[in-house]
Design a protein around this ligand. Structure first.
Ligand code: IYR
Length: 217
């Protein structure tokens, strides 16, 4: 591996304060959305958001991810049907009473119209390992790596004024089947994206304050 010089821009402390206040204010506006407008979105922008996700750090720089951008209505219909079948079983017994009670306030259920209504889905796959001519090659810290990439993807979508949902219709094996992913890939998250519908509502949540989430030593 070659090593090259790295000298990223340095800001004054005041610029740093300004930039992070601006970013925090912007990020507080990010919300998970389940009600999408049918307005089309510029897919070139979404592809760039995926490129941003692809800049994430990963274990041994293996970049163990694939982002499937799904807009095809036939495929989405199939995904919705399979997702709703799994979610029906989840809501009707696979999820614990405590879990259902925790979710009650968010009014979710097994019906997932956003899979078909949102302008598109980004279905993220993690690579449990890689295949090569010599056989299986290991990846490391795959969940951490893909989780970081997804965080960056959500930040990028928010940066361009798009909204998204992190949807986990577990078990998610049906996604690899429908999208014909190779055997080393496992579905990680389904991320419908788009603009919110005109009458979109979101729960009135509060975020933990800094003194609740930060412990300094
Ligand atoms: N996957 C289900 C259930 C669900 C679970 C959690 I934890 C949530 O924060 C939201 C929903 C669904 O998508 O409805």
């Amino acid at each position: 591996m070659d090593f090259i010089p790295y000298k990223p821009q340095r800001f004054t402390e005041d610029q740093m304060r300004q930039r992070i206040s601006d970013m925090l204010e912007k990020m507080h506006d990010r919300r998970s959305v389940r009600e999408f407008s049918s307005d089309p979105v510029p897919l070139d922008v979404v592809r760039k958001c995926i490129e941003v996700a692809g800049t994430a750090p990963s274990g041994a720089h293996k970049q163990p991810w694939t982002f499937c951008l799904v807009t095809d209505p036939v495929i989405r219909k199939e995904i919705r049907k399979a997702a709703e079948e799994e979610e029906f079983i989840n809501y009707k017994g696979r999820m614990s009473d405590e879990w259902l009670e925790d979710l009650k306030q968010f009014n979710t259920n097994h019906v997932k119209p956003f899979i078909e209504n949102a302008p598109g889905l980004i279905i993220v796959f993690k690579h449990s390992y890689e295949k090569s001519e010599e056989g299986k090659k290991s990846n490391y810290y795959v969940n951490e790596s893909v989780g970081i990439a997804v965080g960056m993807l959500l930040t990028a979508l928010h940066e361009v004024g798009l909204v998204a949902l992190t949807h986990t219709p577990s078990p998610m094996n049906f996604l690899a089947k429908i999208l014909e992913r190779p055997e080393n890939e496992r579905a990680y998250l389904n991320i419908p994206f788009g603009y919110p519908s005109d009458d979109c509502m979101v729960p009135n949540i509060e975020r933990k304050s800094i003194d609740k989430i930060l412990k300094e030593y």
